[in-house]
Design a protein around this ligand. Structure first.
Ligand code: F6P
Length: 321
C-alpha cells in the first residue's frame, strides 16, 4: 500500500515555504506516495481542510513568496482534545505521515501528533533563523535582502538630512536578522539581544561619531530590544543633539519572492523530509549542519540552546564603528 503523506505550513510565513511544499509534493509523488496538502496550518488540520494533490498543483510556485497553503497560529493545539480532532481528520483521509514547515512551535505540534501515532517530520521555515537545531532556516536570506533594500532607501534620506536612523527589524528573540543585515549595510551600530549595549553607551557612541566627517548614521536594532523605539529615539535626540528617526520595517520583511538560496535550501529540505518518512523516521526535524542536512529527534532539538555568533559579532566591530 502506498504511503499517504500530508504537508502543512505553520507559524509566521517565510519566503521559500512554497518551494519546499513543491519539493515535498513532487518528490513524494515520484516515490510512489499519495500526497495531500493541509490549508491554514494546524488550525486547518483540526478543521479537515485537507486535499489530495497532483504534481501540477505545485507548478509555478517556486518563485512565490508567502505560502499557498496559508498559515495560522493555534495556541490551543497544546490541548489533547484538539490534537485528537486533528488525528481523526488524518485517519479519515487515511494519512499516516505529516511534514510540517515552520519553527519550534510547529515542531512541538508535530511531536504531539507523533506520540499519537502519526509519523512526523519538521522542516525549519522562519525568517528569524532562531531554531537552535539548524544553522539555517528557510526565508532568512530573502528577509536579509529585503531589509537591505529598505535600508538602502533609508540611507538616501538619512544622508540628505544628516540624521541618524534607527531601523528595527524582526527576529523574535534572535539577533541574526539585525546582525547579518547590519553587516551587509555597514551600519554604524548593530544592537541585538545577543550583544546588549547600555543606553549611555549608545548615546556616547553616537556622539563620538558626530565630530567625524560622516554626518549621518544607520543603526540596525532587533525587535524587542526597546519596548518603544519611537520613545527611545526621542531620548537619543535629547542626549546627543543628533536629529534621530525610527523605522519599524514590520511585516513587509516577511514578503517577497524567495532568493535562489532560499529556493535551493527549501527544495533540499523538502526532498529530505519525504526521504526521512520513507526511511520510517518519526518525530524528527531536519537541520543544516556545516551545509549538510541532518536529522534530530524533535525532543533533542527542542532541548538545544541557540548559540549567538559571537565570533562574527566581535569581528564586525573591527570594521563597523
Ligand atoms: O516568527 C516570525 C515573526 O515574523 C517574528 O520575527 C515576529 O516577532 C513574529 O513572527 C510576528 O508575528 P505575527 O505575524 O503573528 O505578528
Amino acid at each position: 500500500m502506498s504511503k499517504k503523506i500530508a504537508v502543512l505550513t505553520s507559524g509566521g510565513d517565510a519566503p521559500g515555504m512554497n518551494a519546499c511544499v513543491r519539493a515535498v509534493v513532487r518528490s513524494g509523488i515520484k516515490s510512489g506516495c499519495d500526497m495531500f496538502v493541509v490549508y491554514d496550518g494546524y488550525k486547518g488540520l483540526v478543521e479537515g481542510k485537507i486535499e489530495q494533490v497532483d504534481r501540477n498543483f505545485v507548478s509555478d510556485i517556486i518563485n512565490r513568496g508567502g505560502t499557498i497553503l496559508r498559515s495560522a497560529r493555534l495556541p490551543a493545539f497544546k490541548e489533547d482534545a484538539i490534537q485528537e480532532m486533528a488525528i481523526k481528520q488524518l485517519h479519515d483521509f487515511g494519512i499516516d505521515s505529516l511534514i510540517v514547515i515552520g519553527g519550534d512551535g510547529t515542531y512541538r505540534g508535530a511531536r504531539e501528533l507523533a506520540h499519537k501515532g502519526i509519523n512526523t517530520v519538521g522542516v525549519p521555515g522562519t525568517i528569524d533563523n532562531d531554531i537552535a537545531s539548524t544553522e539555517y532556516t528557510i526565508g532568512f536570506d530573502t528577509c536579509c535582502n529585503t531589509i537591505c533594500e529598505c535600508v538602502d532607501k533609508l540611507r538616501d534620506t538619512t544622508t540628505s538630512h544628516q540624521r541618524c536612523t534607527f531601523i528595527e527589524v524582526m527576529g523574535n528573540k534572535c539577533g541574526d536578522l539585525a546582525l547579518y543585515s547590519g553587516i551587509a549595510e555597514g551600519a554604524e551600530m548593530i544592537i541585538t539581544p545577543d550583544d546588549p549595549i547600555s543606553d549611555e553607551n549608545v548615546f556616547a557612541k553616537l556622539k563620538s561619531l558626530k565630530g567625524g566627517k560622516k554626518k549621518h548614521s544607520l543603526v540596525i536594532v532587533s525587535e524587542k530590544v526597546y519596548p518603544n523605539i519611537f520613545e527611545f529615539v526621542k531620548k537619543v535626540t535629547e542626549q546627543t543633539g543628533i536629529e534621530t528617526r525610527a523605522e519599524i520595517l514590520g511585516h513587509l520583511q516577511r514578503g517577497g519572492s524567495p532568493t535562489s538560496k532560499d529556493r535551493i535550501e527549501a527544495t533540499r529540505f523538502g526532498i529530505e523530509a519525504v526521504k526521512a518518512i520513507l526511511d520510517g523516521e518519526s518525530s524528527i526535524c531536519l537541520g543544516l549542519k556545516n551545509g549538510k542536512i541532518v536529522r534530530y529527534k524533535i525532543d533533542d532539538a527542542l532541548q538545544m540552546q541557540r548559540k549567538a555568533n559571537h565570533e562574527l559579532l566581535d569581528a564586525i566591530k573591527l570594521v563597523n564603528r
